[in-house]
Ligand binder design. Structure first.
Ligand code: FAD
Length: 394
């Protein structure tokens, strides 16, 4: 059924595409504006938690992902390079998948093309918007001609334009990020066979490396570090940053020595961003534009999908104050959880002795780690931990 609503979505990353698909399923007409074109790559850990995979399956996107570019993972391994401690947590329900970002983008694109109510505008940069008589006009620049155009008559504008969101800035919804730490992310892919059925998180002081197996012959290495604590400097001009980052993880450095690289090292940051909230009048923020803290818990994509789904479920009630309140409280609920678990994980990065003790406890009581993974996905509350599970092994 077609609704009366017409919505502009800015940004064709995972949250923009998923929001477009979720809204189109509700009969809403969507114009999606993206400055580049699909498939879109980005610095990302590429691990999708079971909660996110479930939404991809529900919306028929998962089956469109090229199977050469994804691989199952059953949980997370924590490995401490300083204390040599190790702990393993496994998902209690569902499976996670590491999905090459471009393959995910291509699948979302294919799914979006199935809906006639979604009009895609690639190579089109969002410049500004204006609200007039409760209708929104969006101003864009066409990349090929360089000309500016306006598209009119939208009921809502949704900013899915990432951590440096222009929609958020123009709507005056910028706010201080959840942390003032200058955390940076970087990633590269190597042609090699994976050695783990988990995403492995290796720790050193102020820096982590996430090792994500993308397929039987691709492994991704993602680094997260605090620019004020760690200054990665290596030898050589172009590979300076890369060798500097690997030098914190000698075991991994040895593994990639002489191995063919499939993507160059790309960095991105500083990462944390915040907004005044997920909605203000007719402006809605979804995904990283709304809030991004840190990739350390691997939740960004799943949260974006969850937020897109919630938006579509609530879109027809956003015209009323009570509907807006109810939508905000649902979003705050999932974001609060994310903020709590991410803060906890970052303590491990900054305080090696806390990490050492925590990993020692988790290695003896893996059920606590399993429980925290469920808490991270919002599937359990932190206090919903039964003592009978405590000493259960995997
Ligand atoms: C180092 C790192 C590791 C990560 N690891 C993981 C992980 O393992 N698992 C996980 O789930 N998440 C991870 N994340 C988080 C994840 O990448 C993000 O949460 C996710 O990309 C959010 O998607 P988005 O669509 O909101 O934003 P983006 O992916 O940033 O997409 C924004 C889109 O908007 C477009 N755009 C921007 N400005 C304009 C404009 N003016 N006009 C038109 N288009 C515009 C951009 O071109 C882009 O396509 C990681 C992030 C980082 C930095």
């Amino acid at each position: 059924m077609k609704s009366e609503l017409k919505i502009a979505i800015i940004g064709g990353g995972p949250s923009g595409m998923m929001s477009a698909i979720a809204l189109a399923r509700k009969g809403v007409e969507v114009a999606l504006i993206e400055k580049s074109s699909w498939p879109i790559d980005k610095v990302c850990g590429e691990g999708i938690m079971p909660s996110g995979v479930e939404i991809l399956k529900e919306f028929g996107v998962f089956e469109l992902i090229d199977s050469k570019f994804y691989r199952k993972f059953v949980g997370i391994n924590y490995i401490d390079c300083l204390g040599k401690g190790k702990a393993r947590g496994e998902f209690q329900s569902g499976t996670g998948y590491v999905v090459r970002r471009t393959a995910l983008s291509q699948a979302l694109y294919k799914k979006a093309c199935e809906y006639p109510s979604i009009s895609l505008h690639p190579f089109t940069e969002f410049i500004n918007f204006k609200l007039d008589d409760s209708k929104i006009t969006v101003y864009v620049r066409d990349d090929s001609s360089g000309s500016e155009q306006s598209i009119e008559n939208f009921d809502y504008i949704i900013g899915c334009d990432g951590i440096r969101s222009r929609v958020r800035k123009i709507a005056n919804m910028d706010s201080s990020p959840p942390s003032d730490k200058k955390r940076i992310g970087a990633r590269a892919h190597f042609k090699m066979a994976p050695w783990s059925d988990c995403v492995d998180v290796w720790w050193n002081k102020g820096i982590e490396c996430y090792v994500a197996p993308v397929s039987e012959e691709i492994v991704e290495f993602v680094f997260g570090w605090d620019h004020d604590v760690v200054k990665p400097q290596g030898k050589g001009k172009s590979s300076g940053l890369e060798s500097g980052l690997f030098s914190f993880f000698p075991e991994l450095e040895k593994k990639v020595e002489g191995v063919e690289k499939l993507s160059p090292l790309r960095s991105y940051g500083p990462l944390p961003t915040g907004s005044k909230g997920p909605i203000q009048g007719q402006v809605i923020l979804v995904g990283d534009s709304c809030l991004f803290f840190d990739p350390i818990t691997g939740e960004g994509l799943s949260l974006s999908f969850e937020q897109s789904k919630l938006l579509a479920e609530n879109i027809f009630s956003l015209g009323h104050a009570s509907g807006v309140q109810s939508y905000i409280s649902k979003i705050v609920n999932i974001k609060t959880n994310y903020l709590r678990v991410t803060s906890l994980a970052l303590v491990f990065t900054y305080f090696p002795w806390v990490r050492r003790v925590a990993l020692w406890i988790l290695s003896f009581c893996p059920s606590i780690f399993n429980h925290m993974l469920e808490v991270n996905m919002g599937r359990r509350k932190i206090w919903q931990f039964s003592r009978s599970r405590l000493l259960k092994t995997q």
